[in-house]
Design a protein around this ligand. Structure first.
Ligand code: ZN
Length: 433
């Protein structure tokens, strides 16, 4: 199935998405700092987003915007002066939000600041310490096993100071002020599936949707996880009432089956549409219920907002061993998987924008189709004719076009095209929802 208002070949979008992931991969991002700014700058080459800077110390509901963290360099040198762990080789080597440090310490003391993954001895883990001021290094377990009893020099050239939390926002006006929210996190360093896959797909959805006409307006957010959505919601509470549907995008570049995590409400239009699109994609998939963990859907679906926001993933966070390790890299994410995910997203948005409820203007018995040119005996048209009959029968103000597609077993676009013909013949009228 390829139902979308966006006309682009899968090969082209696969390359565009992967190139952006590739370009953003080396940047050391965090929840604040120049890594996020540089990321937003690269995204702005594709989409004219606005960058907002929220000062450290700003109260956002129960949270406070933290100090800004930046890093230039970091390493561990052995007693011969050889760098045995080097931030220049991987930004995962430093615990994200580490305080600056420069001192000589024994192996025993150093070990308290080292993190490894013994079960995957070649991989570097990803660790953060946003709200507890400390420092640390992450390294492969094999590197760790080579450490000897000697004195080490540890050096982290970072800063943790008053500054700003940066996020990117892009609004595409539609026919209605009702909005669809697309949100992704931009706070992870060199991790491709968890972070960059969603970032790239959101960027190109924004780019291509801005070239189409749609019923809904779109609001795209590239924000640091958790604190970013809390900050946005706190600052923009007056705009929240316009958000009618939303998707959090993450973990969309691996080979795994699709996973859709429903909104907290569980029975919203986007929940139904996502299920329909995945069912019709003829690939394996799973629909999971909302739970209050994961990504920014936690904030959008907190009880005070309770928005119709779901989360689209392939392999869910935590379910794949590469999650939060150096193995979530440019090999783990592949162009064709990114492209498939992009197409699923654009299908969901296409149906959302076209899922009208109509009233049959001639509800007492069937209208005579022949005199309107809507009835003919050609085999090709039989299916369209069935679509017309289904729509006329179910357009009682209670069924969306998706309901009719599901009940009839016909594709959404076939139902939508037949509805357009009936509208043109004044046999349907729109219910203003
Ligand atoms: Zn993560």
């Amino acid at each position: 199935m390829n139902i979308s208002s966006i006309k682009i070949s899968p090969e082209q979008i696969a390359q565009e998405l992967y190139q952006l992931v590739n370009r953003l991969y080396p940047i050391c991002r965090s929840i604040t700092g120049d890594g996020v700014r540089n990321t937003l700058k690269i995204i702005s080459e594709h989409v004219p987003l606005s960058v907002y800077e929220v000062p450290t110390g700003t109260q956002v509901f129960d949270w406070i915007v933290p100090k800004e963290w930046n890093i230039k360099d970091a390493y561990i040198k052995n007693s011969q002066g050889k760098k045995i762990v080097d931030f220049a080789n991987s930004n995962l080597h430093v615990v994200n939000y580490s305080l600056p440090v420069h001192k000589k310490i024994s192996l025993t003391e150093l070990k308290a600041y080292l993190f490894t993954l013994p079960e995957y001895p070649d991989w570097i883990p990803y660790r953060t310490s946003y709200y507890q001021e400390t420092w640390g290094f992450c390294l492969s377990h094999n590197q760790y096993l080579e450490l000897n009893e000697e004195e080490y020099e540890v050096y982290i050239d970072s800063s943790l100071e008053s500054g700003h939390l940066s996020y990117g926002e892009y609004y595409i006006p539609g026919d209605s002020t009702d909005e669809i929210l697309i949100s992704c996190h931009v706070c992870h360093p060199s991790l491709c599936n968890d972070n960059l896959s969603g970032v790239a797909i959101a960027t190109f959805l924004a780019k291509y949707l801005s070239q189409t006409k749609s019923k809904y307006s779109y609001r795209f957010l590239w924000i640091p996880g958790t604190i970013g959505s809390i900050t946005w919601l706190a600052i923009n509470e007056a705009k929240v009432k316009n958000i009618k549907h939303g998707l959090v995008l993450t973990c969309l570049g691996d080979a795994g089956n699709f996973t859709y995590k429903k909104s907290r409400r569980g029975d919203t239009e986007i929940d139904k549409i996502a299920a329909y699109v995945l069912e019709n994609s003829k690939q394996g998939y799973e629909i999971i219920d909302f739970f209050p963990y994961g990504y920014d859907e936690r904030q959008y679906c907190s009880p005070g907002f309770n928005l119709a926001v779901g989360c689209l993933m392939r392999s869910p966070h935590g379910s794949f061993p590469e999650y939060h390790t150096s193995a979530d890299d440019l090999n783990f994410v592949q162009p064709q998987y990114l492209a498939e995910s992009f197409l699923q997203c654009s299908s969901i948005l296409h149906i959302l924008n076209n899922n009208e409820i109509y009233y049959n203007q001639n509800p007492k018995c069937e209208p005579q189709l022949g005199k309107r040119g809507l009835y003919n005996g050609h085999q090709d048209s039989k299916v369209n004719q069935m679509a017309i009959l289904w729509i006329l029968n179910l357009s009682d103000g209670h069924h969306t076009l998706l309901d009719i597609a599901e009940r009839s077993g016909m594709s959404f676009d076939m139902i939508k095209n037949a509805a357009d013909r009936l509208l043109a013949n004044d046999l349907l009228t729109s219910l203003n929802r």
